[in-house]
Design a binder for this molecule. Structure first.
Ligand SMILES: [Zn+2]
Length: 280
């Protein structure tokens, strides 16, 4: 492998980090989308179940109405029959008895009418409910169709992006020696946000935001060795200049002092070696 300067190594690591961060984001976005579609599908199933339950209620009210109508017809027939029998009674007592039967059946008919009306009111209310839920269901179905299409597009698109990024990654890793790459992977695995290589921003580590002392920042600017954050262990690849005023101030400091030139770290075998090399 061609021997590279620390600066080249740091630049290669930064590029690799940028590719890996894009891959992380891609996978995160892609990971959420199927869940969103699943949530919508579950919601729609919930609405369909409600509509089915309402329809079952309607059917039971309808069969109730049917049986009441039958009962009413029976009552009508019985009244007819009792009235005919009244024409052939032998005494007053028999006539009165049939009159009571007629009254009872007339009462039954009234009850049937009342129950039929009640059931019809219930059906009307249920049908209003069904119409309301159905309206929401139609909207959700539209949402779902759009989401599904979006998901398919994004999946296809992200598949392309991922392939490009993976190729890019392969290219970048060729610029980094195996040992350093292993350290990088190890730091990344241990990091919640997947960052192994960060810049110093506003005097703080870009990974854990702890303050990086001025002398250390000067060492980082020198790029004579690979320096890691003493708090989180991430590789500090450089110092990001925030504003022209601060940049001027930073450059005003005496950097690149000659007594540090000997401290060149050639190879780094692991994260602990990076730390050791840094602290030596
Ligand atoms: Zn840190």
């Amino acid at each position: 492998m061609i021997e590279r300067t620390i600066e080249q190594k740091l630049n290669a690591l930064l590029k690799l980090q940028s590719v890996d961060s894009k891959l992380d984001e891609l996978r995160r976005v892609r990971g959420d989308l199927p869940n969103e579609v699943q949530d919508l599908e579950d919601e729609i199933i919930g609405f369909q179940t409600r509509i089915n339950n309402f329809n079952n209620d309607v059917h039971s009210f309808e069969s109730d109405i049917e049986s009441r109508k039958h009962r009413k017809k029976d009552a009508e027939k019985l009244i007819q029959k009792y009235k005919e029998q009244q024409n052939n009674v032998r005494n007053n007592r028999e006539f009165e008895s049939l009159s009571k039967e007629v009254e009872a059946e007339e009462l039954e008919m009234q009850i049937c009418d009342k129950k039929i009306k009640e059931a019809q009111d219930k059906i009307n209310r249920k049908q209003d409910d069904i119409a309301k839920v159905d309206k929401v269901l139609v909207e959700r179905q539209k949402d779902l169709d759009a989401k599904k299409e979006e998901l398919n597009n994004i999946l296809a698109e992200s598949e392309n992006d991922e392939q490009k990024l993976l190729k890019d990654r392969e290219k970048q890793t060729k610029n980094i020696e195996d040992r350093l790459l292993r350290s990088y992977d190890k730091i990344r695995d241990n990091s919640i946000n997947g960052l192994a290589v960060v810049m110093v921003k506003r005097d703080a580590c870009g990974g854990c935001f702890n303050i990086v002392p001025p002398q250390r920042q000067a060492d980082i600017r020198e790029k004579k060795k690979i320096i890691v954050c003493e708090h989180c262990g991430r590789i500090l690849a450089g110092v990001e200049e925030v504003a022209p005023v601060e940049e001027k101030k930073a450059r005003g400091r005496k950097i690149g002092s000659t007594n540090k030139k000997d401290e060149v770290v050639a190879t780094v075998s692991s994260f602990t070696d990076i730390a050791a090399a840094d602290l030596s």
